[in-house]
Design a protein around this ligand. Structure first.
Ligand SMILES: *Cc1c(COP(=O)(O)O)cnc(C)c1O
Length: 229
């Protein structure tokens, strides 16, 4: 845990280098530090070295870390995991972003439960880009209808798309996501964000237009346990 600052520095440096290589503006790419299973102390350490955006997968874990870290005023939570109806309130009250919207019912609950004084929740629609039976997300064909419905919700702001490709399918998947993002923006010009790329495939995601890269292992080291809800 002692080299979180170094890992962050290295990641930002690598992102800038890859942006240069692919003709991208580094300011157009955000690094989301995925802190699931890691203690609040690790998040504080990253915050002290300048990181502000953190990703969590489990509503309860997000809640307890948010409660522990109230003294970090600029910390911004990105909820990136599967979301059940009975947990939407926790997320609506604590997250700034949700990357994993794949059902209208969940989106409607988030909008209804979002405290007005926090302003709209920023949301991405999750695409099951490798068509895996076990994975969350909608198909590309379902995108226009869900996007139109989510865009109408008063306390949500539709900002773009997210995907987690199957192992070995990254390049094809990222290329298809880039096309989907372009067609989504024709109907929804504000939906410019593309959340894709993790510790082992993010340079490729960046090449295909990723604007949000979600790094866990590369920042905080290997996870020693995996939680299931
Ligand atoms: C865990 C997780 C990550 C981070 O994965 P690493 O391989 O550790 O970088 C990114 N996105 C999602 C949705 C995750 O669940």
């Amino acid at each position: 845990m002692n080299n979180i600052a170094e890992q962050l520095n290295a990641a930002y440096h690598n992102i800038a280098e890859n942006c240069h290589k692919y003709g991208r503006d580094p300011a157009s790419v955000r690094l989301i530090a995925v802190s699931k299973t890691k203690p609040a102390a690790a998040i504080s350490e990253a915050y002290l070295s300048g990181q502000r955006q953190f990703g969590e997968n489990y509503p309860q874990e997000l809640l307890s870390k948010a409660a522990e870290l109230t003294e970090l005023p600029e910390l911004e939570w990105h909820f990136i995991g599967p979301l059940q109806s009975n947990k939407t309130r926790l997320v609506a009250e604590h997250a700034s972003w949700v990357h994993s919207i794949d059902r209208l019912k969940i989106a409607e609950r988030l909008s209804a439960q979002r405290p007005v004084d926090l302003g709209p929740l920023q949301v991405l629609l999750q695409i099951n880009i490798s068509n895996e039976a076990s994975k969350a997300g909608i198909s590309a064909a379902e995108l226009p209808e869900l996007a139109a419905a989510v865009a109408k919700l008063p306390l949500l702001q539709l900002r773009g798309l997210m995907a987690i490709p199957a192992p070995g399918d990254s390049e094809r998947a990222f290329a298809e996501m880039q096309q989907l993002s372009k067609s989504l923006q024709q109907q929804h010009p504000g939906a410019t964000e593309l959340s894709m790329g993790m510790s082992d495939d993010w340079p490729l995601a960046l090449q295909y237009g990723a604007t949000m890269i979600r790094l866990g292992t590369a920042i905080f080291g290997a996870r020693t346990y995996e939680k299931n809800e």
